[in-house]
Ligand binder design. Structure first.
Ligand code: HEC
Length: 508
């Protein structure tokens, strides 16, 4: 309970009139849409939020963690750069939760509860071309410790294979905190596995050997698979092994997990191969050493050799990492492209962050990465007590400085290629057959009617703007409901739901 000292802060929150706010009518929709995905049986959230009793029991704590932005978890600063799958509550939602608690957590009328969303089982994106994974379940002991275990998954590919998407399907959501994926063609990972008892081998910060170009994807709860736009693909070389590093959270009882990877192959020959660029400690111009009792900041620089288009970005440090800011500057310093800012680094919520559209960084620009590390005794995550000199390395007490960025060579028009619309081109056809929906009228200016068949009731929908940002989302509550779009600016929006995706043109 690391927030208990801060609880008096409640008193500072401005009281909003709680008149008429009830659980079923006002609070349940917010909790169901933003929290229950993780806070339900079998998922990573430590307590379920599915009923009035469950939510009311944590009311004050929920008010607190939402008021400080700790939940729902999302570390990048949304005012700096947007990413797909961004999680945040609107100010209005935060105030509703607070007003409800202040009003004494009234339950209200159960008939007004929208019902729990239907959380889709199986693949979220379609029918995979290949499912591979851990050969047998891995047992994570009930001793309340974290575990970072690398599993080596042979592909047996006889030739290079271009993949459009990889989806991590964890076997046990209650312990699977995050995963990173890599490719190994050297056989080193297999040697490490053979030298370690049991399945896989332990490695805290990476795959346990010096080959950072191995990194290629990441996963965290609730983050959908990244699907490359048409013509782009990631090449997995013939004969390579996929490396899956699982971070298992602490548990008091023995749990087992058998995670699978769904691979989606590119249908046609790819035009551009997605590769990973890396800024590591060699870009710093000073040794990577963090003296004890200091907050130390490092500044890496990397000159961009040719025009490129970024797909996603992954800053990486360990436990005493405190913040990140990555941007690209033009040679004369007049132009700056903000890439990512993580004001409060949290090792538990690291991830690969995907830009809403391909993001161009021109040749001659310098990519700059500023990371700070809090090696004082005040940092509750400092693994050393008292603080020690920290060096580069992959053990728990070591630190790292890395920015991974997936990119392709730039092509005219890349700025308009949305990474979110690519999620649905061609891959969800089998879902589309399950249920029907229609937006009417389209184009529309004031409001849109969402018509759907009963199979969709209780499932989620979302509307993204032309930049790929989710501007509205909800749950299908009836076979016909209205969406107010009057205040949204004109443009082509994407409406997505389990049954597929539809372009909605907003014209006033
Ligand atoms: C992506 C998954 C995820 C989502 C979404 C999520 N949580 Fe959590 N939540 C967690 C995990 C994991 C923990 C335990 C680890 C931690 O505290 O960081 C947690 C912890 C909590 C705690 C206990 C905090 C503590 O330190 O003990 C509360 C209260 C909470 N969540 C409320 C919420 C609320 C309210 C929402 C929605 C507005 C929400 N969570 C959304 C995963 C999630």
């Amino acid at each position: 309970m690391r927030f208990s000292l801060l609880l008096p802060l409640f008193l500072l929150t401005i009281a909003v009139s709680g008149q008429g706010v009830t659980y079923h009518a006002d609070v349940a929709p917010i909790i169901h849409e933003n929290c229950t995905e993780c806070h339900r049986a079998g998922e990573i959230g430590p307590m379920p939020f599915t009923t009035y009793e469950e939510v009311a029991a944590y009311g004050e704590f929920i008010e607190y963690v939402t008021s400080i932005g700790y939940m729902p978890p999302w570390t990048p600063d949304p005012d700096y750069q947007h990413f797909l799958g961004e999680r945040s509550l609107s100010q209005e939602d935060v105030e509703t939760l607070s007003a409800w608690v202040d009003a004494g957590k009234p339950e209200g009328n159960p008939a007004e509860n929208p019902g729990l969303p239907v959380f889709p089982e199986g693949s979220q994106v379609g029918t995979p071309d290949l499912i591979i994974g851990m050969p047998e379940p891995y047992v994570h002991g009930g001793d309340n410790t974290e575990q970072y275990q690398v599993f080596v998954i042979p592909t047996d590919f006889e030739e290079d294979v271009a993949i459009r998407a990889v989806e991590v399907r964890t076997g046990n959501g209650a312990i699977a905190h995050h995963a990173i994926l890599g490719i190994d063609i050297s056989g080193t990972a297999q040697e490490l596995d053979a030298a370690s008892p049991g399945m896989g081998y332990e490695s805290f910060g990476d795959f346990g050997f010096d080959a950072y170009e191995n990194f290629f994807a990441g996963w965290a709860p609730g983050i959908e698979a990244v699907i490359h736009p048409e013509g782009l693909g990631r090449v997995i070389p013939a004969g390579s092994d996929l490396l899956l590093q699982m971070h298992y959270g602490p548990t008091g009882v023995e749990q087992s997990d058998q995670t699978e990877l769904n691979l989606f192959f590119c249908d046609e020959e790819i035009e551009r191969e997605v590769v990973t660029g890396i800024m590591g400690p060699w870009t710093l111009g000073e040794p990577f050493v963090i003296p004890p009792n200091q907050v130390k900041t490092f500044h890496g620089e990397y000159l961009i050799p040719t025009d490129l288009s970024l797909l996603n970005i992954t800053p990486h440090s360990h436990l005493i990492g405190a913040s990140w800011e990555v941007f690209a500057t033009s040679p004369n310093g007049a132009d700056t492209i903000p890439l990512i800012s993580i004001p409060e680094w949290d090792f538990n919520w690291q991830g690969m962050f995907t830009f809403p559209t391909l993001t161009k960084v021109p040749a001659g620009y310098t990519m700059e990465a500023i990371a700070s590390y809090d090696n004082t005794a005040d940092n509750p995550f400092n693994p050393n007590d008292p603080p020690q000199t920290v060096y580069y390395g992959d053990l728990t007490g070591d630190e790292m400085f890395f920015v991974f960025f997936n990119f392709v060579p730039y092509q005219e028009g890349d700025e308009n290629i949305s990474m979110s619309s690519s999620t649905f081109s061609g891959i969800t056809e089998d879902h589309a057959e399950e249920a029907n929906f229609r937006l009417q009228p389209n184009p529309a200016g004031m409001r849109v009617q969402l018509l759907n068949d009963p199979a969709l009731l209780g499932t989620l929908w979302s509307l993204s703007d032309p930049m790929g940002r989710v501007v509205d989302k909800g749950i299908f509550r009836s076979t016909s409901q209205f969406l107010d779009i009057e205040s949204m600016s004109e443009g082509v929006y994407l409406f997505r739901c389990r049954a597929g995706i539809e372009r909605l043109v907003i014209q006033h």
